[in-house]
Ligand binder design. Structure first.
Ligand code: SAH
Length: 345
């Protein structure tokens, strides 16, 4: 079936004309998909019955079913588990901030990057999500909450730059004025550090914020935490971040998950400063969220604060990320994994 939700308006126009219909019908269908968030062709009431029939025979909206919604009692964060057409599960998270709703979406089912602290990667990569399936997560959440989504972070399951073409297509569609029109400035893409792709992404001309999962202050520790570090030296990855900044003018955010006794000492903070220098950047600290099979423990609260203070003394811009939704398996891949384990018996 043709995946029309992943098409640009121009592509959809060509497709509709090929079906023997008038070009303007494409605009109507695009609006139904990307603004009115239609769940089926039958919802598209200003199209003729005949056209709706033709569409349902040739194309699919690949709408996802909402399998489960878990709401955090602590902070209202909601975790959504969606079921795809082929019976796979996709996780997304809705967070409510002062400045509006932020949605964290997945870019792949599973992941092949193998980070040792992350639940998404257990079981490897199942498949890439299409651009339409990335949009669909936002659409279903917006329809469920009846409130406009303001920010999007591509920080759920998967490595977005490992699904590059769909990511770029997704960003074009989600920022399109004729769709949700979420500007690049309100979008963050997080990567474990695929250097060539980071550079290519810098050249695309988006204004999205790039977040790098750094997690270590030296090459050896990074290799121990993240297998991808063996392919790209930490200096090379930071070079790609600088390139991104030079090309886009957007500062890069560094994600740094703190694991007890692994990367959270004062010496680590000193090394980190040495590594990133006084450049324009921002560090997000997050105590590691111990996943069931994980071997790491989260850093003690006092250590997290001491680490932050140390970085601030060096003049580095740093925040401790609010740990949202810890009571609802909000860390990447946790919920999907639990559901799959449960169903296995
Ligand atoms: N593949 C991308 C995006 C997905 S993960 C990336 O690597 O950036 C989003 C962020 O959560 C990454 O910084 C990732 O390293 C981090 N993360 C994953 N599992 C975690 C856990 N159990 N505790 C803390 N951070 C975790």
């Amino acid at each position: 079936m043709v995946d029309i939700k992943s098409m640009t308006l121009g592509e959809l126009e060509n497709y509709i004309v090929d079906l023997g219909e008038k070009k303007f019908r494409a605009g109507q269908i695009y609006d139904w998909m990307h603004v009115k968030l239609a769940e089926s062709f039958d919802d598209m009431t200003n199209l003729s019955k005949d056209l709706r029939q033709k569409l349902s025979e040739n194309a699919s909206l690949y709408t996802m079913e909402t399998e489960r919604v878990q709401t955090s009692k602590e902070d209202g964060t909601q975790k959504f588990l969606f079921k795809t057409w082929d019976g796979e599960f996709v996780e997304s998270v809705k967070m409510v901030y002062k400045h509006g709703i932020s949605v964290c979406i997945s870019s792949q089912i599973g992941c092949r990057m193998g980070c040792s602290f992350c639940a998404s990667t257990v079981g490897g990569l199942i498949r890439n999500l299409t651009a339409g399936e990335m949009l669909e997560q936002i659409y279903r959440i917006q329809a469920y909450c009846k409130e406009r989504v303001k920010n999007v972070v591509v920080m759920g399951m998967g490595e977005p730059l490992d699904n590059y073409d769909s990511l770029v297509r997704f960003l074009r569609l989600v920022s399109d004025e004729k769709g949700l029109g979420i500007s690049g400035r309100n979008i963050t893409v997080s990567t474990c550090g695929l250097v060539e792709r980071m550079k290519q992404f810098a050249d695309e001309g988006f204004t999205a914020t790039l977040a790098l999962s750094l997690h270590a202050s030296n090459q050896a520790t990074r290799e121990a935490l993240m297998p991808v570090a063996k392919s790209y030296h930490i200096d090379e990855v930071l070079g790609a971040c600088r390139y991104y900044f030079e090309k886009t003018g957007r500062r890069v955010t560094f994600e740094y998950s703190l694991a007890d006794g692994v990367n959270d000492s004062d010496e680590n903070a000193r090394q980190l400063h040495e590594l990133i220098g006084d450049g324009i950047c921002h560090i997000n600290l997050i105590p590691i969220n111990p996943v069931r099979e994980g071997k790491y423990r989260e850093s003690k609260k006092a250590r997290v604060i001491a680490f932050k203070n140390k970085l601030e003394k060096y003049g580095i811009n740093v925040t401790i990320r609010r740990e949202m939704g810890r009571d609802i398996d909000a860390a990447c891949g946790q919920l999907r994994k639990r559901i799959k384990d449960e169903r296995k018996g």
